[in-house]
Design a protein around this ligand. Structure first.
Ligand SMILES: Cc1cc2nc3c(=O)[nH]c(=O)nc-3n(C[C@H](O)[C@H](O)[C@H](O)COP(=O)(O)OP(=O)(O)OC[C@H]3O[C@@H](n4cnc5c(N)ncnc54)[C@H](O)[C@@H]3O)c2cc1C
Length: 458
């Protein structure tokens, strides 16, 4: 056992440090089921533990990779043999729910779905929601500035965090546990850490902003004939549902086709339309809201804006239409496949997707490019499958990212940069921006121990 590992065992105590051999009993990440490899894995239970771990690692220049729920999509949580892994899985407490202020204080390792359910029991809603809700953690959500399906109404994680406790690289505990909506006393330091992907500090606790639990919810899955119609529908729903629209998710026809049918989900609508949208509204008056929702949908059908529609009549049917959007596994039958997460102005989406499709088919005769996304946020996801053996990642990246530049788009809407997109950061950020990021990293983590090699090279 190296002296650093021995010192860390002393900090966290019995059973809270796994040496290299035992780390291999764990999988690497959601996307990579290979055995994990690392020098050791530590399981702090308190902020003091995290502080002690970082103090020791900083003193010896030891790299530390922080892990939450391992659902990251940009290869950021995959350690190498020299890393100490710091997992927040023992820090899962939901410490306080303030029913008057509408806030919750939670530890970084709390699973998102557990937080959603705990606050719902008290009549509140924590509106961050994503397909990985059952595994991802609040610390991971903060570190990636997670988005998901309700951004349209409630914003990203950045808008949902009021305060943070963060342990800095040298072990200093920065308590910025603000509970108020307004606090202009100097710089808003928490924002520095939100979206920094664990490169500037380790998040240990967060104060979350809660909202009243909606009294009712309406959902629909619709089929549409053109992307122009999809854009018009989005505008119409935003105007006519009086602010109740909370999710609006687009699926290109080839995605819907790939995830439904014999080996996938049961298709509630025929499988040959060019576009599908699943959307959701939430409000305080279920009877009136439902009537308005059905009227708006009926008008859109009558006008020919929507080609076909289904409104689920039970919780199980609602879950089933959302599964089509969230459970994409049936589409991923031909590895390798590459996942993308870009953003660009909604008006340019159609031309952009066409450009990516052309790029993919020029390179690979059977190549697939299936698109879906949080359209109202200008956020598209692609799965590119070359349908040829071998490593085509670089070529696939170029197919997706090169056409983005002309629209002023971003190579990451919500998943972050991690390792995978490091070389593409200059595509979306100016050199002055990158230099400022670099000097922040150097100043807050001078020994480059926190998630080295992620987001920015120093
Ligand atoms: C099926 C599926 C659907 C998804 N849908 C969405 C979506 O709709 N929107 C979206 O934004 N993302 C989505 N994601 C991506 C992912 O779920 C999010 O990025 C999530 O926020 C990661 O949380 P995690 O706890 O799994 O973090 P991890 O994957 O463990 O870590 C993510 C990053 O955060 C860092 N980190 C983790 N915990 C901490 C901490 N306490 N302090 C500092 N750094 C930390 C890690 O080092 C790493 O860089 C999806 C992923 C999957 C698998």
């Amino acid at each position: 056992m190296s002296s650093t590992v021995a010192a860390l065992a002393g900090v966290v105590g019995d059973g809270r440090l796994l040496e290299a051999g035992s780390v291999a009993d764990r999988v690497t990440s959601f996307w990579n089921s290979a055995p994990m490899q690392a020098k050791a894995l530590v399981l702090p239970a308190t902020t003091d533990d995290v502080s002690g771990i970082l103090r020791h690692c900083n003193a010896s220049g030891q790299s530390v990779l922080t892990q939450g729920g391992l659902t990251n999509c940009v290869s950021a949580v995959e350690p190498n043999l020299d890393d100490i892994v710091l997992s927040t899985e023992k820090m899962t407490g939901i410490l306080e729910i303030d029913e008057i202020g509408g806030t919750a204080v939670v530890e970084a390792g709390a699973i998102l779905q557990n937080v959603q359910e705990a606050v719902a029991d008290e009549g509140f809603c924590f509106p961050l929601d994503l397909g990985a809700r059952g595994s991802c953690t609040i610390g991971g959500n903060v570190a990636t500035n997670a988005g998901g399906i309700n951004v349209l109404r409630y914003g990203m994680m950045r808008n949902l965090v009021l305060g943070l406790e963060v342990v800095m690289a040298d072990g200093t505990v920065l308590s910025s546990m603000n509970r108020m909506l307004k606090n202009n006393a100097g710089y808003d330091l928490k924002q520095l850490f939100i979206g920094s992907e664990g490169t500037l500090g380790v998040v240990t606790r967060a104060v979350l902003r809660l909202f009243p639990k909606p009294a009712g919810r309406q959902d629909a899955l619709v089929a549409m004939n053109s992307i122009d119609d999809v854009v018009r529908l989005l505008g119409r729903l935003q105007r006519q549902l009086a602010g109740n629209l909370s999710a609006f998710e687009i699926m290109w026809g080839n995605y819907y086709h790939a995830v439904t049918g014999e080996n996938g989900h049961r298709p509630p609508l025929p499988r040959d339309y060019p576009f599908y949208v699943v959307f959701q509204a939430e409000g305080s008056d279920p009877t009136a809201d439902e009537a308005r929702f059905e009227d708006v949908l009926g008008d859109a059908l009558e006008d020919g804006l929507i080609a076909d529609a289904v409104i689920p009549k039970s919780a199980a049917e609602t879950r089933a239409i959302w599964e089509i959007r969230e459970n994409f596994e049936p589409a991923l039958v031909k590895p390798p496949f590459y996942l993308y997460d870009v953003s660009l102005p909604i008006r340019d989406m159609s031309a952009y997707v066409e450009a990516v499709e052309n790029n993919v088919s020029r390179l690979w005769a059977d190549g697939l490019c299936i698109a879906l996304g949080h359209m109202a946020d200008g956020n598209l996801h692609f799965f590119v499958a070359p349908c040829e053996d071998g490593d085509h990642h670089e070529a696939s990246d170029a197919c997706v990212y090169e056409p983005l530049r002309q629209y002023g788009g971003s190579v990451s809407a919500e998943h972050g940069i991690g390792i995978e997109k490091l070389s593409w950061l200059p595509h979306s950020r100016t050199s002055a921006e990158i230099e400022l990021m670099r000097s922040l990293k150097r100043s807050l983590d001078p020994n480059n121990i926190l998630n080295p090699g992620r987001v920015i090279s120093v």
